[in-house]
Write a protein that binds this ligand. Sequence first.
Ligand SMILES: [Zn+2]
Length: 212
Amino acid sequence: MKKAWILTLIFALACAGLNAQAALEEKLEQAGLVDVETLAAPLFFDIRYATTNNFTKKKIYDSPRCYLHKDAAEALLKAVELASQEKEPFTFCLWDCYRPLSAQKKLWQAVPNASYVAPPAKGSRHNRGMAVDLTPCDFDGNPLPMPTEFDNFTKRAHMDFYNLPKDILTRRETLKKIMTRAGFTYTRTEWWHFDKTGWQNNHPVLDIDLPR
Ligand SMILES: [Zn+2]
């Protein structure tokens, strides 16, 4: 009798957990965000803030899911198409996508420096689902050589740093060209970060947790 009661309790908790996850997915969808992994594109995911492999050395959020606003997701698909048409075709590995405001607060607690992290009071474009951090990858998901690793806050990560091996410089310029053509703007200090144009218009800061 006791065992049956415990099993019923476990089942009820599991159902509540699933319902909570489904509710988060629905909220994200209502906010216009899409699950990038469901898009038919050869993309790879290495969502760094869901691991300790990031500059804070802390896990900033629990879920390695990549959501973007549908406008940004559509532009990303365009970038994938353009990258596939290059003389040496490539695709992308994604490092960070939509990030809830709660994660922005954690990042700020770890590094309260506006040069590196957008203050939560202002919010990041990632909090709007309108920014993506990515790097060129081959079609097996291996990152191709770039000027620096993710979240390197030195001049070497700047878009106007030119003292680089020719192949790396060419790849960075190709990335910039493709992302700009696809509808993003680049960031001078972070070669991996791109904002979808129009992020200022009707794209509020969101604080919906990522589903697991
Ligand atoms: Zn970014």
